[in-house]
Design a binder for this molecule. Sequence first.
Ligand code: FA5
Length: 343
Amino acid sequence: MNAAEQEIQNAVREAFSALEAATTTQQIKEIEQAFLGKNGQIVQFAKRMGALPKEERPAFGAAVNGAKQEVQGRLDARAATILEAELARQFEEEAIDVTMPGRRTRRGNSHILHQTTLRIKQVLSGLGFVYEEGPELEEFRYNFDALNYPPDHPAMDDQDTFYVSDDQVLRTQCTGLQGRVFEKTAPPLRVFTVGRTFRNEAVDRTHNHTFHQVDCFMVDEGVSMADLKGTLGAFARAMFGPEVTVRFRPDFFPFVEPGVDYAISSPKLFGGRWVELGGAGLIHPNILERYGIDTERYSGFAFGLGVERIPMMAYGVDDLRNFLENDLRFLDQFQRQPIRGLA
Ligand code: FA5
């Protein structure tokens, strides 16, 4: 072996020991570069060929090629071993323990008042009433004047009503829709609405400054208290179950005559007690006449109730402020159950 071949052998040995010591794919790449790359040690040998005497060239060339193959072969084998180890390590590190409990995604659901509102809309639509909406910021004349309130009625006081200006209020009841409907629609008509209402009153477990009301009315020929009672009965049974009965007691509202408050009772609910739902009556003739409706021919009934009362009664909620506080611990209770007792 001449000196040049010796040098090649040394380079090969050097490459082998570097490969032996390598532990990462990156190191293998560096070794490849250092020995077999364009300027790598072994490739550099080939450039010396020209300087050799002719007869030495074939043997030298064969030695360089042999060295290249040897180093390449060892390098490939080592690279494969290292890659395998690296992958094994990566798989171990990134392994997913499929036996771990998963993280549950939180499912949203509609607010209990919204669920209740949808049910009310379903039931009253089913009874032939058409849903309409009035504005929450209502004109004084629709909220009070059009509803036959005498000029000195206490409900109009600042203590009871939020005034936005002299002639605009936050509606204190949904009954104000009547005037808006009578203005543009001739009887026969059956209309209802569900919406937010506001009162400037002391807040407690059963009274809030913001709450929701249903208001429902019909005008047709020969409408009587019997129609009112029949409709309220059908509504209450659809909401609370087939055993529900309705009771009327005289009450006063400026916009009905006669006026009643009504309560419901069921052997299966509320411990068999009578529970008040809202107010009702026959629409006062003054109102119909104000809108040019012939009271000799037409009469109408109207009833209203608080939306919050329904889930309060159905679920035994004892403080209606919960409905507007949006505390998920409260609202989550109503996640998957339909409104109880609803047919
Ligand atoms: C009225 O508002 C009448 N407009 C109802 C009516 C309509 C009578 C048509 C006759 C004909 P009242 O003020 O009683 O009536 O309110 C009706 C319901 O709204 C009450 O039964 C109660 O459930 C609910 N309500 C009244 N004030 C509050 C309040 N501050 N917080 C929560 N709910 C209330």
